[in-house]
Each structure stands twice: as C-alpha cells, then as structure tokens.
Write a protein that binds this ligand. Structure first.
Ligand code: MN
Length: 199
C-alpha cells in the first residue's frame, strides 16, 4: 500500500467536550481511512504511487478527480489531527504570534476572519491559514478536499492550520450549527504544531 492511515496522535475522547469521541472515531477511522483506501486504488500501478502526498498535491491538475479528492482528503486530514490536541487552545506566541499580528492586526481579528472563511464556505470544504511564497500569512478556504498546496488553488502556499467544515466533522454534536463548532474548535488548536509548520 502506497499510503497508510496515520494513527490518531491522542485518544478519540481527548478533545471533548469540544469535539466528541464518536465523531473523532468515525472521522478518523471511517472517513480518513476511506480517503486512503480510495487514493491507493486510484494510484495503483502508476508512477504517482511512489510520490509523497505533498508532491501529488503540488501537481494535482495532472491527475484525475479521484486522486484530487482522495489525495486531498488524505493530506488534509493527516494535517488536521496534528494541529489539534488536548490541553491546547489559547493564543500563539513567538514568531507565529508576531506574524499573525502583523498580517491581521491582532489575534482576535485573525480569529474573526478565519471564522468567516470557515462559516461562509458553502457546502463542504476547509478554512486555512497559509504561508504564501513571500512568507506572509493569509487566510483562505477551499471546496471539497482541495488545499492550498494544489496548483489549482486560488490561494497557493503552505497550509499551517486547517479547519474541516464538512458536516461529518461536527454533525453528531453540533447538527447544523457550524458556527458553534468553529467557535469551540479554537479550544483544541495545538499552536505548538502550527508554529512548527510555520517555521
Ligand atoms: Mn473530514
């Protein structure tokens, strides 16, 4: 198998009460697992089987839709698990905190703009904090399982924080209340990992 499901780096219930254990179990064990399985099926016997998921994303326009959807799904979720964690939340400090203040004014302004990107994404998709090619931080959102690494993305760069706003990410606990999920999610953001990706 070219691609494998990374283990969840904490227990499924570790993000409660903000994200419930059952949602995490299904999201990781069923949804992410299906992206991995379908990606492996889509690349089987092809050269891209030996590429990293990042390399595939960067040239995604060369590949058929199953690779885009499932490859994006695999990259996005692999990142998503790591930028959350127990005993997290708060605000970033150091170079990342400075860069957020420089780009958005202050942390509260940043959160407001990010939440707007997340709550106004129509249908399924993601909100992102992206480091662009000049090193500047920008906020974007993508539909479906697209991401800022992809050559087809409107805003391109290195994603350092992503929020999954597919209904499967929140429906059991929040039903149609996406804004409540987005607001609660800040309590589980692992800024240490985001800072590592920023550096
Ligand atoms: Mn998801």
């Amino acid at each position: 198998m070219a691609f494998t499901l990374p283990p969840l780096p904490y227990a499924p219930g570790a993000l409660e009460p903000h994200i419930d254990a059952r949602t995490m179990e299904i999201h990781h064990g069923k949804h992410h697992n299906a992206y991995v399985t379908n990606l492996n099926n889509a690349v089987a016997g092809k050269p891209e089987e030996n590429l990293s998921i990042e390399e595939i994303c960067k040239n995604i326009s060369k590949y058929p839709m199953p690779v885009r959807n499932n490859g994006g799904g695999h990259f996005n979720h692999s990142m998503f698990w790591t930028v959350m964690g127990p005993n997290a939340g708060g605000a970033p400090s150091g170079a990342l905190g400075d860069a957020i203040n420089a780009a958005f004014g202050n942390f509260e302004e940043f959160k407001t703009k990010f939440n707007t990107a997340a709550t106004t994404r129509f249908g399924s998709g993601w909100a992102w904090l992206v480091k662009d090619s000049s090193g500047k931080l920008v906020i974007s959102s993508t539909p479906n399982q697209d991401n800022p690494l992809m050559d087809i993305a409107e805003v391109k760069g290195t994603p350092i924080l992503g929020l999954d706003v597919w209904e499967h990410a929140y429906y059991l606990n929040y039903q149609n209340r996406r804004p409540d999920y987005c607001a609660a999610w800040w309590n589980v953001v692992n800024w240490k990992e985001v800072a590592r990706r920023f550096a």
